[in-house]
Design a protein around this ligand. Structure first.
Ligand SMILES: [Zn+2]
Length: 374
């Protein structure tokens, strides 16, 4: 017989919630089940059609229980060498294979299975579940939820658990991610008379040199060496596009880059550093794109104590990737990242969660809710 948590995971993987598609289906499925267990349900629609966050609450509102959060979207499967249908959960030995199996529908399935075993209607502190959309494309859903909660002055529990795949390692910190676009403008001319134009690509090369100098400078500002493998702001020049026809001097070249600010750093100041240096070169404009905040939770929180019994290592470390936790932190809650499956198999073909870890996650959620809300 299939255990409920495994059946839930199979149902959840069956929704192909790649970030460019709606989340209506999976959202209604979750809402219906949590409502059946006694939760209050709120669908928070986003401006993009078919996109919404789901909030399920139980226990007295405004009391300090716990917030459990997970994203509903998954990354694409196109071009990946899957050996089975990615949107049909397939058991291979002790592995459950499917897109989102570990990142992070396992946590959603475990939360549902655990809730079915708990006295949800009798909780003495608030249990809040937040299921987000568009996490994989820059934590857009959690950013919207946070804006809304801040506008409403709505309190949330002071402890948050996000069940991203960490192989049951506790993470209390991660860098953020910031997107910057730089546009270099030149003047078009016939390629036979290049002296009559200004070549935007040549200008872009000088911009790249400046960016490398900034990245070099940032590498010397060491922070959190005990937590991070690269304890400085990392920059990646990700994309460059310029020019058109072979016989025209290009009049435009666009550079897209990303950098990863560390907790406590002012994103605006880092961006201003870039802007001042590159705009000094002339016809160059830098603009700030999407910002995903860094996360830092103090060591030794009560939630960390509850997770320790299930963790492979009692200490809390740093994740290399960003999560919804950076946004949620702005609501004044302390987030830990801890969940089943390995980030090393997430986003790849034949992504899987070990069956044992899925089952153990049900116990984790049960212990956390019991510890914070009973
Ligand atoms: Zn994830």
């Amino acid at each position: 017989m299939t255990a409920p948590v495994e059946a839930h995971l199979a149902d959840l993987v069956g929704f192909p919630t790649v970030s460019d598609r709606p989340v209506d289906g999976i959202l209604s499925w979750l809402a219906e089940r949590f409502e059946g267990l006694g939760f209050r349900i709120e669908r928070l629609d986003s401006p993009s059609p078919g996109k919404a966050n789901l909030v399920c609450t139980a226990g007295p509102p405004g009391t300090d229980g716990v917030l459990l959060s997970g994203h509903m979207d998954v990354v694409p499967v196109d071009g990946q060498p899957w050996t089975s249908d990615p949107f049909k959960l397939t058991r291979v030995g002790q592995r459950l294979v499917g897109r989102g199996a570990c990142d992070m529908k396992a946590f959603l399935a475990a939360t549902l299975a655990a809730a079915a075993q708990l006295p949800i209607r009798e909780l003495r502190k608030e249990l809040m579940l937040v299921f987000t959309h568009d996490e994989e494309v820059g934590c857009l859903g959690s950013a919207q939820l946070v804006r809304r909660f801040l506008a409403e002055g709505r309190p949330v529990p002071s402890a948050t658990l996000i069940g991203e795949p960490t192989s049951f390692q506790i993470f209390r910190m991660h860098p953020g991610h910031v997107v910057v676009q730089i546009v270099c403008r030149g003047r078009a001319a016939h390629s036979s008379k290049p002296d009559l134009g200004d070549n935007a690509i040549r200008l872009a090369l000088r911009v790249v040199e400046r960016l490398e100098a900034i990245a070099e400078r940032w590498r010397t500002d060491i922070r959190f060496p005990e937590l991070l493998e690269r304890p400085f702001v990392v920059m990646n020049i990700a994309r460059i596009a310029g020019g058109g026809a072979i016989n025209i001097v290009p009049d435009r070249c666009v550079i897209d880059l990303g950098f990863r600010p560390l907790p406590g750093m002012a994103v605006a100041a880092l961006f201003d550093e870039i802007r001042a240096d590159v705009e000094a070169l002339g016809e160059v404009t830098a603009s700030l794109g999407r910002v995903t905040p860094a996360l830092l939770t103090p060591d030794g929180t009560e939630l960390q104590g509850l997770l320790r019994a299930f963790a492979v290592d009692p200490s809390a470390r740093a994740a290399a990737y960003a999560t919804d936790g950076g946004n949620l932190q702005e609501l004044g809650t302390n987030t830990l990242i801890f969940g089943p499956g390995s980030i090393d198999v997430a986003h790849r073909a034949d992504e899987y969660v070990p069956v044992e870890e899925l089952f153990r996650c049900v116990d984790v959620v049960g212990a956390v809710v019991w510890g914070r809300c009973a």
